[in-house]
Design a protein around this ligand. Structure first.
Ligand code: SF4
Ligand code: SF4
Length: 473
């Protein structure tokens, strides 16, 4: 009798079922459960990750089943060390900007799903300028543009118009210097248009890599097409977008599965395009309008810490992003374990900064302003950064990755963080903020290892004090 051909795991394949092979994940997780009982083996994996070279998805899967408190502490300690080795003390801040909540999809976990009873809105260019104005007055330089999927009400031309409007708008002492884009999976042609419009990172969350669950939680609309969605980053990279961001919505399916799958996805991007994900976002499911949370298995804080730390061990070069879905205290704990970017002062509704009457996509747990967030980061010993230098200096894709992998990106992150902190302090800080920032800057400028850069940083800091802006390395 002829057997049906089983789908084989192949990280280089262009087919989602092959590079995101379910049989591979299931068998890796089965073995991982057993291997996690071997403490010596687990220790050898943690030691390997401590060398900053990352872990394969098979190795990282083992760490997801570690329960021994001593080994968990070791994982956390190594995560902290990797974070500080690759990125230093800087934490990059950004804000989301929702431009349209029209959506033809029925994602069951999202407050914007199509059948949801709500008045929809798309910003006019005047309204968008008002939003950007508010964000610029908060001191933001880096935005993540968000929109639901609706080819009629929110076509690619509208997104391009938004990008053009944002980049052209400046107010008093502010301008947006980098816009990352989080829109639905689209064609190579449309990704080319985004690239030409000067986007930073193209971000698309997979939500879950587990196909059966994916099809269930995306019952209708174009997002139901698992293959098309799962190969979106390939098309973006084919179109010349160097930096792509990925993410799982933790809680939709077993986190061991999705975390391991996200490492397989990173390996796929490296194998095919030579560059892994620029960022990995780690949202977890939260209450939203019309969403029945009892259908899911929400992730505990303890599991969430493991997700962040193991990601840091497995993919050390990637930026890890958390949002204001997490409350202030817990966000700081996650930052110490490996998070390198966070949103601040966020609104998750269309027009939410200037107006605030439109329904948000999800509930925000951290309501602090960017000023409060930056102060608290400084108190914790971090350098809040509004840096956008890499993207503007062409340090993207493999140019960025080679520096990050060699642990050299912090040589530019640190001075750039200090320069943007100074600019923020002069432009937006109150008296307490300026005192704190000056103390951080005076201390950290001495920790810039390269003397030439240290001298140049001091010169730039003085010029910022005198009213000039926008210096970078
Ligand atoms: Fe639409 Fe995105 Fe919400 Fe899905 S997650 S319903 S695509 S806005
Ligand atoms: Fe990010 Fe590059 Fe700035 Fe570092 S120097 S914060 S990697 S943009």
């Amino acid at each position: 009798m002829k057997m049906a051909n089983a789908v084989k795991y192949d990280p280089k394949s262009a087919l989602a079922d092959e590079f995101m092979n379910d049989a591979e994940i299931v068998s890796v997780l089965e073995k991982a459960k057993e291997l996690a009982k071997d403490e010596a083996y687990v220790e050898s994996l943690i030691d390997k990750a401590a060398g900053y070279g990352g872990l394969s998805h098979r190795e990282a899967a083992v760490l997801t089943y570690v329960e021994e408190p001593r080994l968990l502490e070791k994982i956390y300690a190594v995560a902290r060390d990797i974070k500080s080795h690759i990125y230093g003390k800087r934490i990059v801040l950004f804000a989301p900007i929702y431009v349209s909540d029209y959506c033809v999809n029925e994602c069951v976990y999202c407050g914007y799903h199509h059948s949801c009873d709500m008045k929809r809105k798309r910003l006019t260019m005047d309204e968008l300028r008002q939003e950007v104005d508010v964000l610029e007055k908060m001191g933001h330089k880096r935005l993540a543009l968000e929109a639901g999927e609706d080819p009629q009400n929110c076509p690619i031309e509208y997104i391009l118009e938004c990008l053009d409007t944002i980049y052209k708008h400046s107010s008093e002492n502010g301008e947006i210097r980098r816009v990352n884009v989080n829109i639905a999976a689209t064609t190579v042609e449309n990704y080319r248009k985004l690239k030409e419009a000067g986007i930073g990172t193209y971000i698309l969350f997979q939500e879950t890599y587990h196909k059966e669950t994916y099809l269930k939680v995306h019952p209708k609309g174009p997002k139901h097409n698992y293959e098309y969605h799962t190969t979106a980053h390939d098309r973006a990279m084919e179109a010349g977008i160097d930096d792509v961001g990925i993410g799982v919505l933790y809680g939709l399916y077993d986190w061991h599965y999705d975390l391991t799958a996200s490492f397989m996805y990173a390996e796929h991007l490296e194998a095919v395009h030579g560059v892994g994900p620029h960022t990995i976002s780690v949202p977890r499911i939260k209450p939203a309008n019309g969403v029945d949370l009892s259908l899911y298995r929400p992730i505990t804080d303890d599991e969430f810490k493991r997700i962040v730390a193991i990601t840091r061990l497995a993919v050390p070069y990637t930026g890890i992003i958390i949002s204001t879905r997490e409350d202030a205290g817990f966000r700081e704990e996650l930052i110490s374990l490996g998070v390198s970017q966070t949103s601040a002062g966020s609104s998750t509704g269309v027009g939410g900064y200037a107006d605030g009457t439109q329904r948000p996509q999800f509930e925000v747990a951290d309501h602090r302003t960017p000023l409060e967030v930056t102060k608290s980061l400084m108190r914790e010993g971090y350098i809040p950064s509004f840096c956008t230098a890499c993207y503007r200096s062409g340090r993207t894709g493999d140019r960025f990755m080679s520096l990050a992998k060699a642990g050299q990106i912090c040589n530019v992150c640190q001075p750039n963080a200090l320069l943007t902190l100074k600019e923020y302090s002069v432009g937006y800080g109150d008296e307490e903020f300026r005192k704190m920032a000056d103390a951080v800057i005076a201390r950290e400028v001495e920790n810039i290892p390269n003397e030439k850069i240290r001298v140049k940083t001091r010169e730039y800091l003085q010029r910022i004090e005198n009213g000039e802006t926008d210096f970078r390395f």
